[in-house]
Design a protein around this ligand. Structure first.
Ligand SMILES: O=C(O)c1ccccc1N[C@@H]1O[C@H](COP(=O)(O)O)[C@@H](O)[C@H]1O
Length: 211
């Protein structure tokens, strides 16, 4: 089985970015969404992006942004991947995928078996679906695990990843329960909202490698 990919999201400082890269993350995530405690401005995101070696992919997370600001954000940061974490439609994401060079991911709040069927509206229109727990006060970054049993032995038609409340303590169980090819963690690696804990980043990556 190929190694599980690891995305460490919500990084705001050069130290946190370096820690994720050094720990073996395959993807690092930058959140550009003002209500989030993990928000980074476009100029800071662009600076952080430039620290990341080519071997690690940079994911820019946006929420329900209009087309013009989306284009401005992508031009400013030049990520490898854009993660849409709101109510973006399949048609809009298909257009982004067709017209730009970026890999397109759609975060999906997984509620029940029906919502696994509903996400198929994005098949062929995005490069990956990232399953998260359903939105709460924020659309994501809430530290809440989804019901992993929904994904057990599911035959996926879209490349996918698992997010939602993952921590160094539960990620091995999450991988075993779902077979996730990519795991994504943010608030579970923090000492306070928006403050990444470097030891927890390292522990998370170590746990995934040992899973
Ligand atoms: O991190 C945020 O603040 C955030 C804000 C808006 C949308 C998504 C957000 N985070 C992403 O949500 C998932 C799950 O996060 P967690 O591990 O449960 O904290 C992940 O992709 C975060 O990057």
């Amino acid at each position: 089985m190929p190694d599980t990919m690891i995305k460490i999201c919500g990084l705001k400082t050069p130290e946190a970015v370096d820690a994720a890269v050094d720990a073996g993350a395959t993807h690092i995530g930058l959140v550009h969404f003002e209500p989030s405690p993990r928000h980074v401005s476009l100029s800071d995101a662009a600076k952080l992006r430039r620290r990341v070696p080519d071997s690690v992919k940079v994911v820019l997370l946006l929420v329900n942004m209009q087309p013009a600001p989306t284009g401005e954000a992508l031009d400013a940061v030049q990520p490898d991947v854009v993660q849409f974490h709101g109510n973006e439609t399949p048609e809009w994401l298909a257009l982004v995928k067709e017209k730009t060079r970026y890999e397109v991911w759609k975060a999906w709040g997984l509620m029940n078996a029906q919502s696994l069927e509903n996400v198929l509206a994005y098949e062929g229109k995005v490069d990956r679906v990232l399953y998260d727990a359903p939105a709460k006060k924020l659309p994501g970054g809430n530290g809440v695990p989804l019901d992993w049993s929904l994904l057990r032995e599911y035959h996926h038609r879209i490349a996918w990843g698992l997010a939602g409340g993952l921590t160094p303590d539960n990620v091995v169980d999450a991988i075993r329960a779902t077979g996730a090819p990519l795991v994504d963690a943010s608030s579970g690696l923090e000492s306070a909202p928006g403050v990444k804990d470097i030891d927890r980043i390292a522990a998370f990556c170590r746990a995934v490698r040992e899973a």
